[in-house]
Design a protein around this ligand. Structure first.
Ligand SMILES: NC(=O)C1=CN([C@@H]2O[C@H](COP(=O)(O)OP(=O)(O)OC[C@H]3O[C@@H](n4cnc5c(N)ncnc54)[C@H](OP(=O)(O)O)[C@@H]3O)[C@@H](O)[C@H]2O)C=CC1
Ligand SMILES: N[C@@H](CC=O)C(=O)O
Length: 368
């Protein structure tokens, strides 16, 4: 493939096995001399020099391009943090001819399958179910750590993929899939591991919050507000996922599974999006001093959960009522901790990259 990256690049940086080094130093037929005294000292152990962690990026759009840029410009920081460097060995895209600001074109490839097989850490930010699912499974079965921000995939296929990861003894991390920059999964999974979370409620979709905010506060037409959300990189490739509440539903399912270990599927979410809202709804909300938000909620129910996504007119004192633009908020209720609130950027390339990069560092620490 002309111009495709040399996928063996990463492998070339690894210390060659000792036998191979010996072979290179003493090719067959070469005359062997007695080793000088200095050579008899134990040779520095080449395996002690840590090889770079090879990172493959699947997707270079809003999120992927931000991740690629940060992997490049924070190289020194990550090397210091990990004691070894993170090497971006390739970036899979559909169209190699598109401009990708700040991303070395030599890294681009359309052969995602080959790229996956070259990496220690595979980062999926292409979105959709296929080929993302198959590529992740290939990566896991090949012993790679996987990071993804793909909430639909995690909500629909996450349990099967987690089983493969467990079987292979590797990690599957997806902090960026829920609330972008807000580390809500880490809090639920780690910080609250010894507590009992009973409910989670929040605004977990940045684009619809941005749209509702613009329509209600600035009188911007619904369609124009959606267009602006797209320009900011907040919308999914298929914006109906945002507008019909599917994106929020996937996040709510992941929250319920992480918070309560609940076995709950996407099809069990009681879901209403924002496309049915009328001018009349916004007028009435304003007259009543309320604000319309797309609210996602999950409440523990036995070994399952009751999960819902729907627009609600909230009174001003509700913590969810105040979040503006692409901001997300989640209110967690736990038996010992009581009520906790987490709030921050819920969409956007750079913001989501923060979470994805955190997962990459976490994954890199597991690479031996
Ligand atoms: N945008 C956001 O704010 C957030 C997004 N996410 C999630 O992150 C993921 C990526 O989102 P985002 O960056 O916005 O999406 P984009 O549509 O901006 O980017 C998708 C990228 O994936 C590439 N791609 C898609 N399909 C394939 C394929 N079959 N083979 C190779 N490359 C492919 C595209 O290539 P090409 O450029 O050539 O078309 C593009 O570079 C999604 O799962 C999304 O839900 C999560 C949190 C926030
Ligand atoms: N489309 C999503 C992006 C982040 O997950 C949203 O609007 O929240």
């Amino acid at each position: 493939m002309p111009g495709a990256p040399d996928l063996r690049r990463g492998g070339g940086h690894r210390p060659a096995p000792l036998a191979a080094l010996a072979q290179r130093r003493h090719p067959a037929g070469a005359r062997q001399r007695a080793a000088p005294a200095w050579r008899l000292r134990p040779r520095a152990d080449v395996s002690a020099v840590p090889s770079p962690v090879r990172v493959a990026l699947l997707g270079c759009g809003t999120v992927g391009s931000a991740v690629a840029r940060r992997l490049q410009d924070r190289q020194e920081r990550y090397a210091e943090l990990l004691g070894r460097s993170l090497e971006l060995v390739g970036v899979a895209v559909r169209d190699r001819s598109l401009p990708r600001e700040g991303v070395d074109p030599v890294l681009l490839t359309t052969d995602a399958e080959a790229l996956v097989r070259q990496a220690d850490v595979v980062v999926e930010v292409m979105g959709g179910i296929e080929p993302a699912r198959s590529l992740i499974e290939t990566a896991l079965r090949g012993g790679a750590q996987v990071v993804t921000a793909n909430k639909q995939l995690v909500a629909q296929q996450g349990e099967g993929l987690a089983a493969v990861a467990a079987e292979q003894g590797v990690g599957l991390d997806y902090e960026g899939a829920v609330m972008a920059a807000v580390p809500v999964l880490a809090v639920l999974r780690d910080s609250l591991a010894g507590d009992e979370v009973t409910a989670v409620r929040g605004v977990v979709n940045g684009s619809t919050n941005y749209v509702l905010d613009l329509v209600a506060r600035e009188g911007v037409a619904f369609g124009e507000a959606v267009r602006q959300a797209g320009e900011l990189g907040y919308l999914e490739a298929d914006p109906t996922e945002d507008l019909e509440g599917l994106d929020a539903a996937a996040k709510a399912v992941i929250l319920a599974r992480t918070a309560f270990g609940a076995q709950v599927g996407l099809d069990e979410v009681d879901r209403v999006g924002i496309t049915g809202l009328t001018d009349e709804d916004f007028k009435r909300a304003a007259q009543e001093g309320t604000v319309i938000k797309l609210v996602a909620s999950a409440r523990r129910a036995g070994c399952g959960a009751q999960v819902a996504v729907r627009p609600e007119a909230l009174p001003a004192h509700d913590p969810l009522a105040a979040v503006r633009g692409g901001t997300n908020i989640v209110v967690i209720e736990a038996v010992s901790a009581g009520e906790l609130r987490l709030q921050g950027a819920g969409a956007g390339g750079e913001e989501t990259a923060s979470a994805v990069l955190g997962d990459i560092v976490r994954a890199a620490r597991r690479v031996r």
